[in-house]
Design a protein around this ligand. Structure first.
Ligand SMILES: *[C@@H]1O[C@H](CO)[C@@H](O)[C@H](O)[C@H]1NC(C)=O
Ligand SMILES: *[C@@H]1O[C@H](CO)[C@@H](O)[C@H](O)[C@H]1NC(C)=O
Ligand SMILES: *[C@@H]1O[C@H](CO)[C@@H](O)[C@H](O)[C@H]1NC(C)=O
Length: 374
């Protein structure tokens, strides 16, 4: 009986996604950001903006090969897909395209999180159903929306009257994930790194404003509240007087403040305009107030820089997918972030000490470029 119970526990541990946590040997946590795969129908889908000699042999499968090579080279602890994961308008079957697009993470048994861009929903699934499918996939740690922000339903499926004033939230794919301290350490139950994921929408739904969507007030409200709660939780727990738990935010469409950088104060390159919404959402202010360490976006495939404004690092991932516009001869790329804990005088892991980022290019050597501290 006891033995059976033990087996059952072991089975349950393997069958549920393990919580995200820092490695107990290295005290590190590594995230791969994949921006703008624009996946469609696999081998049938041709590439954009490659050299004229490359078109004949290039398809979505090159996007898959690139992720697989990055996984082998870097063994990330988490993969974040920052939207336009699929290019809906060209997909025969959006669910099948999502399965193929995220397959490298699933097959490598690596937890992964996704948000949507502005092109994902152009096929046969809307944004809600795309996120519902993403949440259901193996090793996905994605969520549709925070439970506290959706209208509670009665058992009959009607909006529950007593909760009628409970706030609802715009978009699909607004959630946060905690990265706990190393197993076996005094930090094992504490979140040492907080990751936020937000749906930056697709296009403006307000008549007087054209262009792209933005992170709405309802989402910002949830973000600010949650960030404050996590900070309070961190401070109240033991072993934290002198440490902090940084926050990263992942979404698709850049905030307007990405325009603030020039060659002298960015790492990486800007080769196209900043494709933010026409309206300044104010979300940058919310990130500054919450003390966010870095925001990571996609959307503009041939911009790949990071710059720091008011303490917040604003970073592009750089275009990843082959069925996405790019620049022929300018390799597709991806961003890594490595977060390292320090050690206290007592030899125990302490708070986050160092955050490094770099990009890997899809060339023969998977070249590392623009390594920097955040
Ligand atoms: C795409 O993959 C094929 C098959 O591995 C390869 O021959 C080709 O060079 C790749 N194209 C690009 C642009 O990477
Ligand atoms: C707190 O951090 C500061 C700066 O890193 C350091 O000088 C100090 O010794 C630390 N205090 C404790 C109690 O760990
Ligand atoms: C970056 O440098 C440019 C001048 O090259 C300056 O106009 C701009 O204000 C700077 N931005 C930041 C965020 O420091």
């Amino acid at each position: 009986m006891g033995l059976f119970f033990l087996f059952l526990c072991a089975f349950l541990q393997f069958s549920t996604a393990s919580p995200l946590r820092f490695n107990s040997k290295t005290g590190q946590f590594k995230i791969l950001q994949v921006a703008d795969m624009h996946y469609a129908n696999g081998a049938k889908t041709s590439c954009l903006d490659v050299l004229s000699t490359e078109y004949g042999t290039c398809s979505d499968l090159n996007t898959t090969t690139f992720i697989n090579r990055l996984i082998d080279a870097e063994k990330p602890d988490l993969i974040v897909f920052t939207g336009d994961n699929i290019f809906g308008a060209d997909c025969d079957d959006s669910a099948a395209s999502q399965v193929a697009a995220f397959a490298p993470a699933v097959n490598a048994h690596i937890p992964w999180a996704a948000v949507l861009g502005n092109h994902d929903q152009e096929g046969d699934l809307d944004r809600f159903h795309l996120m519902q499918h993403i949440v259901s996939m193996d090793y996905s740690v994605s969520q549709i929306n925070p439970p506290s922000m959706t209208l509670s339903m009665s058992p009959e499926g009607d909006a529950y009257q007593s909760n009628i004033f409970q706030a609802s939230i715009d978009g699909y794919g607004n959630y946060h994930l905690k990265v706990s301290g190393p197993q076996g350490s005094s930090l094992s139950k504490k979140s040492m790194l907080n990751l936020f994921f937000l749906d930056s929408g697709d296009y403006s739904t307000v008549d007087t404003i054209s262009g792209y969507g933005w992170i709405k007030a309802s989402q910002q409200f949830w973000f600010s509240q949650t960030a404050a709660e996590l900070q309070a939780e961190f401070r109240s727990a033991p072993h934290s007087q002198n440490t902090s738990a940084p926050s990263f935010v992942y979404f698709h469409i850049p905030v307007r403040e990405f325009v603030e950088f020039g060659e002298s104060n960015m790492t990486g390159i800007r080769q196209e305009g900043i494709g933010s919404s026409d309206l300044n959402s104010g979300f940058f202010s919310a990130m500054v107030e919450a003390g966010v360490k870095a925001a990571f976006v996609g959307h503009d495939h041939v911009n790949d820089f990071c710059g720091r404004l008011n303490g917040v690092n604003l970073c592009y991932g750089g275009g990843f997918g082959y069925h996405a516009y790019g620049l022929a001869g300018w390799p597709r790329r991806a961003r890594f972030v490595l977060v390292s804990l320090g050690k206290g005088d007592d030899g125990e892991w302490s708070g986050v000490q160092e955050i490094t980022t770099w990009k890997r290019l899809d060339d023969d050597e998977l070249s590392i470029v623009n390594k920097q501290l955040l």
